[in-house]
Design a protein around this ligand. Structure first.
Ligand SMILES: Cc1cc2nc3c(=O)[nH]c(=O)nc-3n(C[C@H](O)[C@H](O)[C@H](O)COP(=O)(O)OP(=O)(O)OC[C@H]3O[C@@H](n4cnc5c(N)ncnc54)[C@H](O)[C@@H]3O)c2cc1C
Length: 380
């Protein structure tokens, strides 16, 4: 154990964990309402803004907290926020996911304009990659980005965009010649229209974006024209492991909920917890939560030193934690019997909120596919 921080949190991380726990506790009384919201929940926004936690997803030079973003800090915060509310977790996480390509690829002027407001939660960020016909295979995007003198022209459609309609700007991926470019588009740019997105089983702020001859200054470019695909990969390298943090928080909440029920409800003259199958199931869930937490913290600590070089571990953590969350929440519903099936019950909300985690920011099978390719190349 050369570096004990890989296996335990430092005092600094514990401090942030406590701050996030307090934010989650403040949101808890209206978490069920927030998790039904498809627009920004003002109560959540105010609590999160007041906490200053969004500063952890923006570099210190632009109003943030850390010189270089720390995926372990972000994962620990997301774990605590998700324990209470998926809406709260998304609001926090998306400030980072939506702005990271700006943090690493924007001009100094553009960063000064937007990032301090992202850190203060005075501007909401969005990342527009997915299209109606393009999901996992992002090299197939059809949106076009073209140079037009001192300006850039964008045409195309983006689909299932978190914060669509609520965001103040979108970092947009598109095709330019033989390569891929990214550009920051303020939400009020003429030609950009946003329609409300699909209603999900786990409600989410989603928008469908249409770019119809949208023109922005060339200074809004992110990264090198034609070579900005790497910005998107860098975003995933930093934030994928933080989704694992969210999954751990959700799984812990599901386990705690089932445990509470199993301790108090009696059948056959004993608490459910004294019935072998129930207690075995809960013990297995505990095992899975702790294992998921351990790999998540370790992968997040590795991601800080070099996110791209350690992307395999982020993928492993995301697969482990999100798949574990699915199993844990399902077992919890089973332990709660009919009470686990009631609409509006907390466990029912957790059951629905667990499902998208295995799809977005790299579906399980897509991540396993890339890990398998790595194994084939002798990467391990
Ligand atoms: C709640 C939510 C929020 C989202 N927010 C955003 C956002 O803010 N910005 C954004 O750009 N997008 C966003 N998305 C879209 C998300 O990124 C895509 O859903 C995701 O990339 C998967 O694409 P898809 O749904 O089109 O699935 P597809 O690509 O059609 O894949 C369907 C399934 O096929 C399998 N599969 C696909 N490829 C492979 C492969 N190579 N090997 C093995 N199996 C494979 C997987 O099981 C996968 O689940 C969001 C989605 C959700 C659900």
């Amino acid at each position: 154990m050369d570096d004990p921080q890989l296996f335990d949190l430092s005092p600094r991380h514990r401090q942030v964990q406590q701050a996030a726990r307090e934010v989650a506790a403040k949101v808890d009384p209206f978490a069920a309402e927030a998790d039904e919201a498809v627009e920004v929940h003002q109560g959540c926004l105010e609590v999160l803004r007041e906490s200053g936690l969004a500063r952890y997803v923006v570099p210190a030079a632009y109003g943030g907290h850390d010189g270089v973003l720390d995926p372990l800090t972000i994962a620990v915060v997301r774990e605590q926020l998700m324990y209470s509310s998926a809406h709260l977790d998304s609001m926090f996480g998306m400030q980072g996911v939506g702005s990271y390509s700006l943090s690493v690829g924007g001009s100094d002027e553009l960063r000064q304009e937007w990032l301090p407001r992202v850190a203060a939660l005075d501007a909401i960020a969005g990342l527009a990659l997915t299209e109606p016909d393009v999901g996992s295979d992002l090299r197939g995007v059809a949106t076009t980005i073209e140079a037009d003198g001192e300006r850039v022209r964008i045409n195309g459609r983006k689909s299932f965009i978190t914060n669509g309609g609520a965001a103040d700007f979108y970092c947009v991926l598109g095709r330019e010649g033989e390569g891929w470019s990214m550009v920051l588009v303020p939400a009020d740019t003429p030609g950009l229209t946003v329609e409300r997105g699909a209603d999900l089983i786990a409600p989410h702020i989603l928008g469908e974006l249409t770019f119809d001859d949208v023109v922005v200054p060339a200074g809004n470019r992110l990264g090198v024209p034609g070579k900005a695909f790497s910005l998107m990969l860098q975003t995933l390298a930093v934030f994928r492991v933080t989704v694992a943090g969210s999954a751990v928080g959700l799984a812990q909440a599901a386990l705690d909920e089932a445990l509470r029920h199993a301790r108090t409800r009696e059948q056959f003259g004993r608490p459910l917890l004294a019935l072998g199958a129930v207690s075995q199931g809960l013990a297995l869930s505990w095992t899975e939560v702790e294992s998921a937490r351990a790999i998540t913290y370790r992968a997040a600590a590795l991601a800080k030193s070099d996110p791209l070089a350690n992307l395999d571990y982020s993928s492993i953590a995301k697969v482990s934690a999100t798949e574990a969350a699915g199993r844990v929440v399902d077992r919890s519903v089973q332990a709660m019997g009919r009470f686990g099936l009631v609409r509006g019950a907390k466990i029912e909300r957790l059951y629905r909120n667990a499902r998208p985690l295995r799809v977005y920011e790299g579906a399980t099978e897509v991540l396993l596919d890339s890990l398998a390719r790595r194994l084939g190349k002798g990467g391990r």
